[in-house]
Design a protein around this ligand. Structure first.
Ligand SMILES: [Zn+2]
Length: 240
């Protein structure tokens, strides 16, 4: 949820109840809903939120989102609570997945990236190819290092277990893993992460580093190129 003290916008409401609770607890009006992709755990709350909604539902033009919604595609800009967000096409997890990047967010713009990029991981390839996911992740990895990665699931600890298997020698990953374990033990979220951190610890953004390439090769990667490495990592993660 993003709010200005009076109005709020929520991203990917899979469930209406916690959104309504938060709006009530903080005395906020729901001014809009941003959707990254069509999966039920991202759109399931929209119908029950409609009666409370005083603005649009925005979503990816190439996917079926509960109507009515304002369709968006790469390069579009959305005005949310006086802030501009640019739309990025990031297919891979689903065919029409989009992300929202805050414009003029200074050195730490917000990125709502749904199930494309997670901290220390990435989404499963339900509809897209490894090449599409690699392109989408590379695009996100090229954003300013302070970009705040607001993904939609707290999968960090389980992703880090996998990252440790891929890159046992990555000291930054080991440090981050210890920090995240402490935060989760205290009931705190590990998110948002940052693009700079993900570049250092997320194996799916590190397909061209020797240790990741070697791990992928041991798992049967068919080539040395980044797409083959990513494909092998993703397959491995699916059964990890
Ligand atoms: Zn999803």
């Amino acid at each position: 949820m993003l709010h200005d003290g009076t109005q709020a916008v929520v991203v990917d409401p899979g469930d209406a109840a916690p959104v309504l609770q938060a709006l009530k607890a903080q005395g906020l009006q729901l001014a809009g809903i941003l959707v990254t992709h069509h999966h039920p755990d991202h759109v399931g709350g929209i119908a029950a939120l409609r009666p409370h909604l005083r603005g649009p539902v925005w979503g990816p033009a190439r996917e079926r989102i509960p109507a009515p919604f304002t369709p968006l595609a790469d390069g579009d800009t959305v005005a949310v609570l006086g802030q501009a967000f640019e739309v990025l096409d990031v297919p891979g997890h689903t065919a029409g997945h989009i992300a929202y990047l805050q414009q003029q967010g200074g050195t730490a713009p917000l990125l709502f990236c749904g199930d494309t990029l997670f901290s220390a991981g990435c989404g499963r390839l339900f509809e897209g190819t490894p090449a599409q996911m690699h392109r989408s992740l590379s695009r996100l990895a090229a954003l300013p290092s302070g970009t705040r990665v607001c993904c939609t699931h707290e999968y960090t600890l389980s992703n880090l277990k996998f990252a440790a298997a891929v890159e046992p020698g990555n000291l930054q990953r080991a440090q981050y893993q210890a920090q995240c374990e402490e935060r989760r033990a205290q009931g705190l979220p590990t998110l948002p992460s940052s693009i700079g951190l993900e570049r250092q610890i997320n194996p799916f953004l590190r397909c061209e580093t020797p240790e990741v390439m070697a791990a992928a090769r041991a798992q049967g990667a068919v080539g040395e190129d980044a797409v083959s490495v990513l494909a092998a990592l993703r397959e491995w993660k699916n059964r990890f």
